[in-house]
Unconditional design. Sequence first.
Length: 95
Amino acid sequence: MRKIRLGRRIARAIDLPEEALSDEPCVKINGPDYAVIYRHCGIYECISERICMWTRLGDICVNGSNLKILSITDDMARISGLISSVELNYTGTKG
């Protein structure tokens, strides 16, 4: 717990967003046609209407049309297409 609090204090001191030091999943949406999912654990569904990924806290699904994965790394995925919704199916498990 101390390590997390210290990280948050450092983030505030150097004006970083707290999620930059977090290990929790993060979704950034830029308009209706672009999203980035950080800290995913893998993809389990990828069709043009829905892209779903596991995370440490549950799964995240991006819904829409003409969805495509532009790029993917071990923990980050960039998605394009017409995004209609993003769902977090929270399970509460970390690990």
